[in-house]
Ligand binder design. Sequence first.
Ligand code: SF4
Length: 260
Amino acid sequence: MRGPSRPPAERRILLETMGLVEFSRMAAPQAAASAPRPEPHEPRPAAVAVHTPIAAAASAEVVKASDLESLDAVHAAVRSCRACGLCDTRKQAVPGVGHAHAHWMVVGEGPGEQEDVQGEPFVGASGALLDAMLATLGLERNPGPPSRQVFIANAVKCRPPGNRTPSADELAACRPFLQQQLALVRPRMVLALGRVAAQSLLGSEAPVGRLRGKVHQLHDGTPVVVSYHPAYLLRQPWEKARAWEDLCLAASHLDSKGQP
Ligand code: SF4
């Protein structure tokens, strides 16, 4: 296992970057007082729950993403897509970034204000926290070998106005692009960050609190671990301990399969 088996000093620095030392020193609010203390060396056993594949395209207007045979083609189609109303208010579409064959894939909800401007997912404060979280696993979004890189994408590729939650129709319209990104990258592990990403991938309406803590599977067997969105962790920093548990679970699952 990469991140959790790092030397203690290096891991401590990374956890401090995630804010976990701060977490351990702060008084947790009453609602979180019963939260289990993270056990980086003893992640919970993975309980596997098999889910149906993410739904097929719901809109006839959607480009046949499954016909697009490269990420470049998918991303070009995303940039010119007008399959849902989010195209009317976006500055630009945000297809995703990362190695075409990254071993890990991160899926978030949708672009926010800064992502809409910069054209890259997870920038700003939540992007910095995501990068710190990934660093605990030895992963980074900058160019490198696929075993160290992540592909980062969102459930919808265009910013919902005012950062509202994407509607079911918008998620359905955009899902073929996410499906094709998954089919082309073929990640060994998917981290679904936040309720919308988890529900879009798994077809479940359960909250994150009920979806996390186990390894789910897409129809092709790709494992999915659900955790909190970094933007949520910035608002509820005491939940970072649980996010750390989720990262340990994902890493230990791959470790158990003998996969880097
Ligand atoms: Fe197309 Fe997705 Fe953007 Fe909607 S959110 S316009 S489906 S790329």
